[in-house]
Structure formats: C-alpha cells, structure tokens
Design a protein around this ligand. Structure first.
Ligand SMILES: [Mg+2]
Length: 171
C-alpha cells in the first residue's frame, strides 16, 4: 500500500510524456515539499513554468491537507484549481476530483513527498502514484512523526531491492 508506482528525485524529473502514453489525464500534486518549500509564499518561476507546460497536456490540480489563506493565495498565483482540506490518506479529495472532472481512477496520478499521506491515499484510490523526495528538510511539526515511519517503510522495501529512484512499479 505504501509502494509508489514511480519514484523520482523531484517533480522536474518525472517523465510526463510517458504518463500521457499510459492514459493519465490528470495530475494531482501535493503542495508542501512537493511543489514548494514550506517557506515559499508564492510560486517561483521554475514551478510556474512547469505547471503551465503541463497544463497543455493534463488537467493539473492541487490536493493539500492545508486550507490556509496562504495556500489559497499560492494556488491562485500558480493558476491551478484544487481541493483544500484533503485529509490524506483519506481518498475523499481524490474522489471529489474524479466526480467533478469525470475522471476514472486510472486516469489520475497522485504526486507527493509523503508515503503515509500522498502515496497511501493514491494507492487506496487506485490512482497512479508518484513519490518524490521532499524539496526541503523543513517540515510541518505534524510531519516529523510521518517521516520517522516513512524512513522505516523505505528501508524495508530497499532491503528487498525495491524503491529505487527512477524505477517503475506496476503493482
Ligand atoms: Mg508534502
């Protein structure tokens, strides 16, 4: 349940054309430490450019567990829609997106830096899941415990020869 279908260093290394070939039509991004550093109040030009490019081929959405004014402002600045209080690993947010945009589970990719929220939610929902390394070392307090668990899960997989960066897992 915690094993992503793909593991890449960051959102900039993901082979998006391959996702399109796979039939993925919608990219759902996590926000903190996936799209931005925690201290980044507005989107940097590199992120903006990537999102603009991706929007030509995909429906691009943001799914964050946070609904602060700051997050909404960031989202607006980036020019993407999203669902605020996602409560990942609940699949509620992904379900809402699927209904709203008439998407099948298999047409959606969930991209995030946390196994116990982003990847778990995506896998439970049946979306294509992509794990990326966190952009920064700084986390929300609530995330520190998740990171501890996550480290143990990754070690477990890596002992079995799985969870290598750039690899693809279909199941
Ligand atoms: Mg995150």
């Amino acid at each position: 349940m915690f094993l992503p279908k793909m593991y890449q260093k960051s959102i900039y290394e993901i082979p998006y054309p391959k996702l399109k070939e796979k039939g993925i039509r919608c990219l759902v991004f996590d926000l903190d430490n996936t799209l931005r550093l925690l201290e980044e109040k507005s989107p940097n030009p590199k992120t903006k450019k990537l999102i603009k490019t991706l929007q030509q081929d995909f429906k691009v959405l943001l799914l964050s567990n946070s609904v602060s004014k700051e997050v909404l402002a960031y989202r607006e600045d980036l020019g993407i829609e999203g669902i605020g209080s996602a409560r990942k690993p609940s699949t509620k947010g992904l379900k809402e997106i699927a209904t709203q945009y008439h998407l099948k589970n298999s047409e959606m990719a969930m991209i995030g830096d946390q196994l116990v929220t982003d990847v778990l939610a995506g896998n439970r929902f049946g979306a294509y899941t992509i794990y990326v390394d966190p952009l920064g070392k700084k986390d929300l307090k609530i995330t520190y415990f998740n990171r501890f668990i996550e480290r143990r899960i990754i070690n477990h997989y890596q002992r079995k020869g799985k969870f290598k960066r750039g690899e693809y897992y279909e199941s």
